[in-house]
Ligand binder design. Structure first.
Ligand SMILES: [Zn+2]
Length: 310
C-alpha cells in the first residue's frame, strides 16, 4: 500500500468524520454500486492515474458493467482486481455493508448474523466474513515498534479451549508499546522462537519489559534494555515502574472476545480471529478509520499484462 493511497483514504475520512458509521451515513455515502466502485477506484488509483496500456494521462469512465475505460485507447480495467472483492458475485455495496457491521460491532460478527442482515445464503455469508477477516489479517502486518528510551512490553500466552481440537493450546506472543499491539502465533515459547521476532520487530535501544520467563534472559544481547517483573514472587509492578500490565490486560480482552462469539474455532482459522481482534484493538478509538482501511486499503494494483484486469 503506497503512502499516496493512504493519504487518499485519509482525505475521504476527513470529509465524513462526523457521521460515525451510522446506517443513514452509510446509505447516503454508498447509495449504489456505482458509488462503491468509484470509491474503490479513487482509493486505489486516483483520478490522474495514467493508462497502463497507452501510458497517457486520461479520464477514466465507468461503464455499465463496472469497468473503467481509458478515454484515449479504450483499455478497460476493474478496480476490484487484486482485492478480496475480485471475482466475487456479491455486489460491492453488500461487501462494504458487512465490513461496516464488522467494524461497528463490539464482538466478532457470526455468519448467521451476516446471512440475516444481507439476505445471502449461508455459504456466501460465511465466505464473505472469512475473506474480510483474511483481509484484516493482511492489514495487521507487523511493523517495527519502540525506539531508544521507549517502553515495550513483551509477553506470551496460551489460548486453551478456543479451538476444536482437544489438545491444541494455541501459543501467542504479544509485543506492545502500550498503544498498539502486535501478536504472533508461535509453535512454542522457546528462545529460538521468540528472539528472531523481537530482533525483527522491536527497535534497538527500547526498554523491554517482560516477566521472569527464562527465554527472555540475556535480551541485552539484542541491544535492548531489559527489565522484568517476577510474577512467581507475586511482583506485578517493579520499583522502577516495570510492568507487563498492558499486555496482560490485552490477553484478558482477547480471550473474552474469542469465547463470547465462538464456542470452538477451527484451528485453521484461529489466526484470522486473533488478528481481527488485534486490528479492532488498535483502532479502538477510531472505528471509522478501521472501516476505511478495510474497504480502501488493498495490495498494489496488478501490473499491466496485456489483458483486461479484474
Ligand atoms: Zn489508454
Amino acid at each position: 500500500m503506497g503512502k499516496l493511497a493512504d493519504d487518499r483514504v485519509m482525505q475521504r475520512l476527513d470529509s465524513c468524520s462526523s457521521s460515525l458509521l451510522s446506517y443513514d451515513w452509510f446509505f447516503s455515502r454508498f447509495p449504489d454500486q456505482r458509488s462503491c466502485c468509484n470509491f474503490l477506484f479513487q482509493s486505489r488509483l486516483g483520478n490522474d492515474w495514467p493508462c497502463p496500456r497507452c501510458g497517457r494521462q486520461t479520464k477514466w469512465h465507468l461503464s455499465r458493467y463496472y469497468y473503467y475505460g481509458c478515454q484515449r485507447c479504450g483499455y478497460q480495467l476493474r478496480p476490484k482486481a487484486g482485492t478480496i472483492f475480485a471475482r466475487s458475485k456479491i455486489d460491492l455495496q453488500r461487501w462494504f455493508f458487512v465490513a461496516l457491521l464488522m467494524c461497528q460491532s463490539p464482538r466478532s460478527v457470526p455468519a448467521q448474523f451476516v446471512k440475516r442482515a444481507t439476505g445471502l445464503g449461508e455459504q456466501a455469508a460465511w465466505s464473505l466474513g472469512d475473506r474480510l477477516r483474511s483481509h484484516m489479517e493482511w492489514l495487521g502486518q507487523p511493523r517495527l515498534l519502540g525506539g531508544p528510551g521507549k517502553v515495550i512490553e513483551v509477553d506470551e500466552t496460551f489460548l486453551p479451549n478456543v479451538v476444536r481440537s482437544e489438545r491444541a493450546r494455541i501459543k501467542v506472543l504479544g509485543i506492545t508499546d502500550r498503544s498498539q499491539v502486535m501478536t504472533f502465533i508461535t509453535k512454542d515459547r522457546k528462545r529460538e522462537t521468540i528472539w528472531p521476532i523481537l530482533r525483527k520487530f522491536v527497535a534497538p535501544g527500547s526498554i523491554v519489559n517482560t516477566d521472569g520467563w527464562k527465554a527472555y534472559r540475556g535480551l541485552e544481547a539484542l541491544g535492548f534494555e531489559h527489565r522484568f517483573v517476577n510474577h512467581l514472587k507475586g511482583e506485578w509492578v517493579g520499583k522502577d515502574g516495570t510492568s507487563t500490565l498492558f499486555i496482560d490486560g490485552y490477553w484478558a480482552r482477547l480471550k473474552h472476545f474469542l469465547s463470547r462469539t465462538h464456542v470452538r474455532i477451527n484451528e485453521a482459522h484461529i489466526g484470522k480471529y486473533i488478528k481481527e481482534y488485534e486490528l479492532r484493538f488498535n483502532h479502538r478509538n477510531d472505528r471509522t478509520a478501521m472501516f476505511f482501511r478495510v474497504i480502501g486499503e488493498h495490495p498494489e494494483f496488478p501490473a499491466y499484462t496485456g489483458r483486461t484486469l479484474g
